[in-house]
Design a binder for this molecule. Structure first.
Ligand code: ATP
Ligand code: MG
Length: 308
C-alpha cells in the first residue's frame, strides 16, 4: 500500500457538488439518483480523525467493498446493494484530465443515492470490544441477556444483532437494544435490517473462515429505495474499518485477552498506550502508519485472494 500517495483531502476541482463529508469518505452528486462515493486515506479511531492518513487506504477500502458487494450478490439471492460501478463517470474523467483523475478513480465508486436509515447495523459473532465491556458489567450485550461464564473473544452460540445509533460527525455512536432501534426506524424496517444483516454476516463469516480469518464483528448501513420500498445495503462493507478480522490460527490461544487483528486495533492500542484515546490533532508516527497499512493489505489479500 505504501507505493501510492496519501490523500486525506479529496479535491474534485468543483466538478461535482458535494453532498456530505464523513470521517473517511466524501460524497458528491452525479445526478438525482446517483452519488460518487470517494474514500480518502483518512483514518479514524474512537470516532476521531487522525491528522495524517494511511497511504492507499481509500483505494484498498474501495476495492474490498467492491469485492464484497459482488461476492454477496452472488451468494444471496435478492440482495440489493447501492453499488453501481467502481471508478469515475466518463464525463468526469474527461473534465478532470488523467493526472487529477488517476488518484481519485481508484478511490471511488458510483452508488445509488438512497435515504440512509439512522442506525448502524452491527452483527457480533464473537464477544469483544464494547460488547465484552457491557457483558462484564451486566451479563448483557445491547441489553440482550447472555449466559454466564463467557470469556473475552468467545464465539457466541448464534450471531447477535446489536445496533447502534448513527451519531453526527464528532459525536459517539451508542449501542442500543433491538427494541430501541425499532423505535427509530420502525419495527418492520428493523426486522428487515436485522434479517439481512445476519444473512450477510453468515455468508461473509463463512468466506473469511475459508481463508483463515475470523470475522468477529462488523457494521453495516442500509438505505431505503423510495421507488421500490426495498431496504438496500449501502456504505462500505466488510472492510478492516468496519469489521474486526482476527487470524483464525491464533484465536483459540488468545481467548480471554485481546486478539491480534487485521484492522485498526494496532492504531487503537498505540493511542491507548500513549493516552491519546479520543484526543484531536494526533499525528500517527511513521511506524504505526506502516504497520497499519500492512495489516489492511494483508486482510485485502487474504479475503480477495488478489495481490494488492
Ligand atoms: P458519519 O459521517 O455518518 O458519522 P462515517 O464517518 O463512517 O460516518 P464515512 O464512511 O466517512 O462516514 O462516509 C460515508 C457516509 O455516506 C455515511 O454517513 C453513510 O451513511 C453515507 N452513505 C453511504 N452510502 C450511501 C448512499 N448510498 N446514499 C447516501 N448516503 C450514503
Ligand atoms: Mg463509514
Amino acid at each position: 500500500m505504501s507505493s501510492s500517495t496519501t490523500i486525506t483531502t479529496i479535491d474534485l476541482k468543483g466538478a461535482l457538488p458535494k453532498v456530505a463529508s464523513g470521517k473517511v469518505r466524501d460524497l458528491y452528486t452525479i445526478d438525482e439518483s446517483t452519488l460518487l462515493f470517494v474514500a480518502s486515506d483518512r483514518i479514524s479511531a474512537y470516532d476521531v480523525i487522525m491528522d495524517n492518513g494511511i497511504p492507499g487506504k481509500g483505494a484498498l477500502l474501495t476495492a474490498m467493498s467492491k469485492y464484497w458487494f459482488q461476492y454477496l450478490s452472488s451468494q444471496i439471492p435478492g440482495l440489493q446493494t447501492h453499488f453501481i460501478a467502481s471508478g469515475l463517470p466518463p464525463t468526469l474523467e474527461t473534465q478532470l484530465g488523467p493526472d487529477v483523475a488517476a488518484p481519485l478513480r481508484i478511490r471511488s465508486m458510483q452508488v445509488r443515492r438512497l435515504q440512509v436509515y439512522p442506525i448502524e447495523s452491527i452483527v457480533r459473532g464473537y464477544i469483544t470490544g464494547s460488547g465484552w465491556a457491557e457483558y462484564k458489567k451486566s451479563q448483557t450485550v445491547n441489553g440482550i441477556p447472555l449466559p454466564a461464564g463467557l470469556i473475552e473473544g468467545q464465539k457466541l452460540a448464534t450471531p447477535l444483532w446489536t445496533p447502534s445509533t448513527k451519531a453526527e460527525l464528532g459525536d459517539k455512536d451508542e449501542n442500543i437494544s433491538p427494541a430501541a432501534a425499532a423505535k427509530i426506524v420502525g419495527q418492520d424496517v428493523a426486522d428487515e435490517i436485522e434479517r439481512q444483516s445476519l444473512q450477510i454476516y453468515s455468508a461473509a463469516a463463512k468466506r473469511a473462515e475459508e481463508v483463515g480469518i475470523v470475522l468477529a464483528d462488523t457494521k453495516f448501513e442500509f438505505g431505503l429505495d423510495k421507488e421500490t420500498g426495498k431496504v438496500v445495503l449501502i456504505d462500505e462493507v466488510l472492510t478492516p474499518d468496519s469489521s474486526r478480522f482476527w487470524p483464525k490460527e491464533t484465536w483459540e490461544e488468545n481467548l480471554g485477552r485481546a486478539q491480534p487483528s487485521f484492522d485498526k486495533q494496532f492504531l487503537r492500542d498505540w493511542l491507548t498506550e500513549n493516552k491519546l484515546k479520543g484526543k484531536e490533532g494526533v499525528v500517527v508516527p511513521e511506524d504505526v502508519v506502516k504497520r497499519t497499512a500492512e495489516k489492511y493489505q494483508e486482510a485485502y489479500e487474504k479475503i480477495t485472494g488478489q495481490k494488492w
